[in-house]
Design a protein around this ligand. Structure first.
Ligand SMILES: [Zn+2]
Length: 440
């Protein structure tokens, strides 16, 4: 069949196809190589991402990287047996919001200091640490680089050059002039490229979407309000006009790519939802109407609560961090209460660490803050697994431990439902049926 297909296609068409290998959204299956053969994983306790309660003494049978059965252990034809009978197994965690190239609180200055090549190497190190910490899939929502370094990290992992999590996401975060992705601390006579992609006007927005997708973005990320951690802009102001937001979503949708909207301001949140964004990031100042719209339109909310808490305990090293600390102090309680309201209303709430250089192992503390907002520990784990898989549109491949799914499985000692900090002690990581606990 392969030969016939090849001989039937015109040389020119084949060239075009192969050069577009990375255009449009990738599938979860293609994001990392899978194992071959048969493996049986024995788990003391299993949280499968769907059931309300865990199961005891369960074996997961894996063939060619996929789960084929979940049930009692049988030694017959078990293949390679991995014994985690003392541990709790759960689906690999999915981080719906990370910036893996960012390492410091003054990241907009650091962006100017570092080459794209260096950022790629540093980003590779970060995503490998994330994998070892249990994050088997990561959505990168734009990053601080002009040349798409993190998308090259993704390609290298897809090609098997390095071991790393399944990566998806956007090349840049779109920002208005003077917005969160612009450099607002540079004198007007200097012309330097910002960490974000500065876009103004409907036509420029359409072209920017096309360029992002041309260079491999699976998502479009737009800053629909000012940002917390960048100098010279106000998160409580809406950015981009409704016309610009509609043009961005229209163009992306036509090309089959969803839009993630960073939005703190209540007006920005509503404009992004009405324009057709699939996910709202942060949602700090969301009001009741915004919560109602999220629920009505089935839009996901990714609150990213932990990043503010982390920096509160750090000495401000930059104007950007001092600004964020001040805002976190003032609005933390309000943000958590609003997320609580969204959870109660039945809004689909996902988990994003907003990793921007803090210790990778601490990212799972986001789940604890969602519990503080009103989730049960089981709901928080399901948010980081099943719900995030649905958010990505990858629910057929990842997010739960059920037959047919890719075997992305982690194990932790003890009972994470009793103590979520157990998730900081990940002792076993399987990616597509491969034991990658010590690989890198
Ligand atoms: Zn972010």
């Amino acid at each position: 069949m392969g030969f016939r297909k090849t001989s039937a296609c015109l040389v020119l068409a084949c060239l075009v196809l192969s050069s577009q290998a990375h255009a449009g959204p990738a599938a979860a299956d293609a994001a990392a190589p899978s194992a071959t053969g048969v493996t049986t994983l024995r788990c003391g306790t299993l949280i499968d991402g769907v059931s309300a309660t865990p199961r005891r003494d369960v074996a997961v049978r894996i063939e060619e990287g996929r789960i084929v059965a979940v049930g009692p252990f049988s030694p017959a034809n078990a293949g390679t047996v991995i014994d985690r009978a003392q541990d709790t197994c759960l689906p690999g965690l999915i981080d719906a919001h990370a910036h893996v190239l960012i390492k410091t609180d003054d990241y907009q200055v650091d962006h100017l200091r570092r080459s794209s090549g260096y950022k790629a190497l540093r980003g590779l190190n970060v995503v490998q640490q994330m994998l070892q910490s249990g994050w088997t899939t990561v959505r990168i929502l734009g990053d601080a680089d002009v040349f798409y370094a993190h998308l090259d990290v993704r390609t290298a992992i897809q090609e098997g050059l390095f071991t790393g999590p399944r990566l998806t996401g956007a090349g840049h975060y779109f920002s208005i002039t003077g917005g969160g992705g612009d450099l607002n601390f540079i004198a007007p006579e200097h012309q330097v490229a910002g960490d974000g992609l500065v876009v103004d006007g409907v036509d420029a927005a359409r072209k920017a979407v096309r360029e992002e997708i041309k260079h491999g973005s699976d998502w479009i990320k737009v800053l629909a309000s000012g940002a917390m951690m960048s100098a010279g802009n106000d998160p409580d102001k809406a950015h981009f006009s409704p016309e610009e937001l509609r043009a961005i979503v229209d163009e992306a949708t036509r090309l089959g790519v969803p839009v993630a909207a960073h939005a703190h301001s209540a007006v920005g949140i509503k404009a992004a939802i009405l324009a057709g964004a699939r996910t709202i990031e942060h949602g700090t100042f969301i009001d009741d109407e915004g919560i109602r719209l999220l629920k009505e339109k089935g839009v996901y909310l990714v609150p990213t609560l932990y990043v503010g808490d982390y920096y509160l305990n750090e000495q401000p090293g930059s104007e950007a961090q001092a600004k964020m600390n001040e805002l976190t102090r003032r609005y933390r309680a309000q943000h958590i209460a609003a997320v609580g309201k969204a959870i109660k209303t039945g809004v689909k709430v996902g988990v994003g660490t907003d990793h921007v250089g803090f210790p990778v192992k601490q990212g799972v503390r986001e789940l604890g803050l969602l519990v503080e907002a009103g989730m049960t520990p089981m709901q928080a784990i399901q948010a980081a697994t099943r719900v995030n898989a649905e958010l990505l549109g990858w629910q057929d491949s990842i997010g739960t431990l059920e037959p047919g799914k890719l075997a992305d499985i982690i194990a932790v000692p003890g009972d994470p439902l009793r103590d979520l900090s157990q998730l900081e002690q990940v002792s076993f990581v399987m990616l597509g049926g491969r034991d990658v606990s010590t690989a890198n």
